[in-house]
Design a protein around this ligand. Structure first.
Ligand code: VAH
Length: 313
């Protein structure tokens, strides 16, 4: 069986969907601390899991003896700045509990998401390399940096086959983002279709690395399916995606919705978070080690997102 922890989230919902397509519904156990979302509830087995409750977590590992575990439960960058201690505790202790039980129960492979948020103001801003100065100044960012260290440590000390990706901002239509700084790039599509306008909380020229969810899910499955000897990075792989600003995204949307209008709010706390992150990422190591190739550029993503989103809102 495959256990997905944090199944209700933006990535979790899509990963459960994708993994069930590959392994069959009954073999993929969705789990979360909250009630299953509609997308999750009606698609297969679900368990309540609190990664901070060792007894509960141990019981789930005991019951399902998972061969793969995806530990996605986390608090993201914007919410993390409002609840720093909770974000550190969940993101750090939750990961360590999962790593410990993965070793104890002989789990074959573990996946854990990192983020481009592990880079900070002194990291190179363009084509940020796999290795460089990393001074993240958000709790979320340094919890992900520390988490990468833990993953590499468990691989080296216990031989655990744990794999990770530094996701850019993710854009998808099946599930909403949960409290991040890149959430604007999803909200803009919903607002464009519903109201024909959107007020961006990031300034017009704020370039960030982004990725369409279909690419992010394919990258995750490709990474997890690659032979272990091809995986040279046991902290977390850079994943680049596409870099664009809110203004560039708005212009692309206007090609489909000519009357769409964007405005800019200004003085939002998420602006400082976005300004601390790189504008583009070098993911050549992922390309070399396990054959990563991006499929969705900005035009292709925008067309696919609008086409699918209008069928569900
Ligand atoms: C966030 N969506 O905004 C997440 C992601 C790179 C951004 O880590 O916090």
């Amino acid at each position: 069986t495959i256990l997905v922890i944090g199944a209700n989230g933006q990535i979790g919902t899509e990963l459960v969907n994708a993994l069930r397509g590959v392994y069959g519904t009954e073999r993929v156990i969705a789990s979360d601390i909250n009630n299953p979302t509609y997308a999750i509830r009606y698609s297969g087995p679900f368990e309540f899991v609190n990664v901070l409750d060792k007894d509960n977590l141990h019981h789930i590992f005991q019951k399902y003896q998972p061969t793969q575990v995806y530990q996605l439960a986390a608090i993201l960058s914007a919410v993390g700045e409002q609840k720093p201690r909770m974000a550190w505790d969940l993101n750090m202790t939750g990961l360590i509990h999962v790593l410990d039980f993965a070793v104890e129960f002989g789990v074959k492979k573990v996946f854990w998401p990192s983020s481009i948020a592990v880079f900070g103001p002194h990291s190179p801003q363009y084509n940020t390399p796999q290795y460089c100065v990393m001074d993240p100044n958000t709790v979320y960012g340094f919890s992900k940096l520390a988490g990468e260290r833990w993953c590499e440590y468990y691989n080296r000390k216990h031989g655990l086959d744990v794999r990770s990706l530094r996701y850019p901002g993710l854009i998808g239509w099946r599930a909403n983002p949960g409290g991040g700084t890149t959430d604007y790039a999803v909200h803009i599509f919903h607002e464009a279709l519903k109201n024909g306008r959107y007020e961006s909380f990031l300034s017009a020229n704020t370039a960030l690395p982004m990725m369409y969810m279909d690419d992010a899910i394919r990258a995750t499955l490709t990474l997890m399916d690659a032979p272990a000897q091809q995986i040279c990075i046991r902290s977390s792989y850079n994943l680049g995606g596409i870099s664009f600003t809110p203004a560039q995204l708005a212009d692309e949307i206007k090609k489909h919705l000519p009357d769409f209008e964007i405005s800019y709010a200004g003085d939002d706390p998420r602006q400082a978070i976005a300004d601390s992150w790189p504008k583009s990422i070098d993911d050549s190591q992922a390309q070399t080690d396990w054959g990563w190739q991006l499929e969705f550029d900005l035009p292709k993503m925008t067309a696919d997102m609008l086409e699918n989103l209008k069928t569900v809102i």
